[in-house]
Design a protein around this ligand. Structure first.
Ligand code: ZN
Length: 395
């Protein structure tokens, strides 16, 4: 049996990374790492480097919902040939813990379940190599794994890594790469652990929305898409079109909430606040996803043809808290197939498909119908902090 060498493993990764970059936002947004493409390579390299199970960077959907403090070691690393830095450690402290910073965001988005408490900013440290040495062999991307190995090594005297669940890395040069989030397994302080991780460059390390998005990947959240399969067009999801304008002169834009399905994956929606529709007509009052009242449904799930892995989700979005700059107050619907790499697709009216923000707002008096499956979702009324919807299912 032919075994993949380290070089061919890298070639697979390079090809895949190039595909991802080609498909990413024109402004050089963000990329998640596909588990499907990376797992075979990771298994093949296991025999090469037995001490580290996966000498690569990968994405893994949420298995165990994070709960409580999720401390990140935030390490600032300079390339050996680039002495300039554009931000101070205090700037990164503010990014994490300042007013409307990432800790505040995750607390609000998770209803107090997740925080970044205990995160620590260290650096700047100097990497052993020049920037060019961290490019992939074809020069098309950066070698995220090698950056993680070298950047964490520079900080080892100041960080006891097993005390952290995640690792954030900020570099001092834009290296023609998008920011990334995923997982990396590293042998540090005598333990091999797989850490949620993200990689930032100067052009995006003040972008709270982008960092919130990458932390979402580190926690195992996938992108959502719009009907055209565009991964960065869903204005209602920090894991898609991350960020909304915010009146902060420096740390802009701000992250909006993630969609209700992602909150469910993160364990943030108690069973009592999730309504699963059955075959009849039901009228439900949905509480808004941002800063909801302490009781009431946050998510309606409607099985499609009785499936548990294929369903519609219905959520109420109102402009408050980190959702303050959403396009509108509206009911938002997604079609979710848990087998897809990007499970949730935003449901838009057919005739307004090109107007993704407005075409996906479901307002009072509007109705979505899936004739094939006998499902209707009608928005009946607006309440003080949500919407009333009537769901009809016939299967
Ligand atoms: Zn992403």
């Amino acid at each position: 049996m032919k075994r993949l060498t380290r070089a061919s493993t890298r070639a697979i990764w390079i090809i895949f990374a190039a595909l991802l970059i080609a498909g990413s936002a024109p402004w050089g947004g963000h990329v998640s790492l596909s588990v499907a493409a990376l797992q075979p390579a990771a298994q093949a390299t296991q025999a090469v480097t037995p001490t580290v199970p996966r000498p690569t960077v990968f994405f893994e959907p949420t298995r165990v919902a994070p709960s409580g403090a999720q401390p990140f070691a935030m390490i600032l690393c300079k390339f050996a040939d680039a002495p300039e830095t554009w931000q101070t450690p205090a700037d990164f402290e503010k990014l994490l813990f300042g007013q409307d910073g990432l800790d505040a965001y995750w607390r609000e988005a998770s209803y107090g379940r997740i925080s970044l408490a205990g995160s620590k900013v260290v650096g700047w440290y100097t990497l052993p190599q020049d920037a060019a040495a961290y490019r992939t062999e074809d020069g098309a991307d950066v070698d995220l794994y090698r950056l993680a190995v070298d950047c964490t090594a520079t900080a080892d005297a100041d960080i006891h890594f097993p005390d952290y669940t995640g690792i954030g890395m900020a570099f001092n040069m834009d290296v023609k790469a998008s920011s990334r989030g995923g997982k990396v397994c590293l042998d540090l302080d005598g333990q091999t652990n797989c850490y949620g991780a993200f990689w930032l460059w100067p052009a995006n390390s003040r972008n709270r929305a982008l960092v919130a998005h990458e932390i979402g990947h580190a926690f195992g959240l996938s992108h959502s898409t719009v009907a055209s399969e565009e991964e960065f067009g869903n204005a209602w999801d920090v894991m898609s079109q991350d960020g909304q304008w915010w009146p902060d002169p420096y740390y802009n834009p701000a992250p909006q909430h993630m969609i209700a399905h992602d909150k469910d994956l993160l364990g943030c929606i108690p069973a009592a606040r999730k309504f699963t529709a059955t075959a009849r007509t039901q009228t439900i009052t949905l509480e808004r996803l941002a800063q909801p009242a302490p009781a009431g449904y946050l998510l309606v799930q409607i099985p499609i043809a009785g499936a548990t892995s294929h369903f519609y989700t219905v959520e109420a979005r109102r402009r408050i808290g980190f959702d303050a700059s959403l396009p509108a107050d509206a009911v938002v619907i997604h079609e979710v197939d848990t087998a897809r790499d990007a499970p949730a697709v935003l449901v838009s009216r057919e005739e307004e498909r090109n107007l993704q923000a407005t075409g996906s707002m479901w307002k009072v008096g509007q109705r979505f119908t899936d004739k094939a499956h006998g499902i209707t979702i009608a928005v009946d009324a607006e309440t003080e902090s949500g919407f009333v919807v009537t769901i009809v299912t016939s299967s």
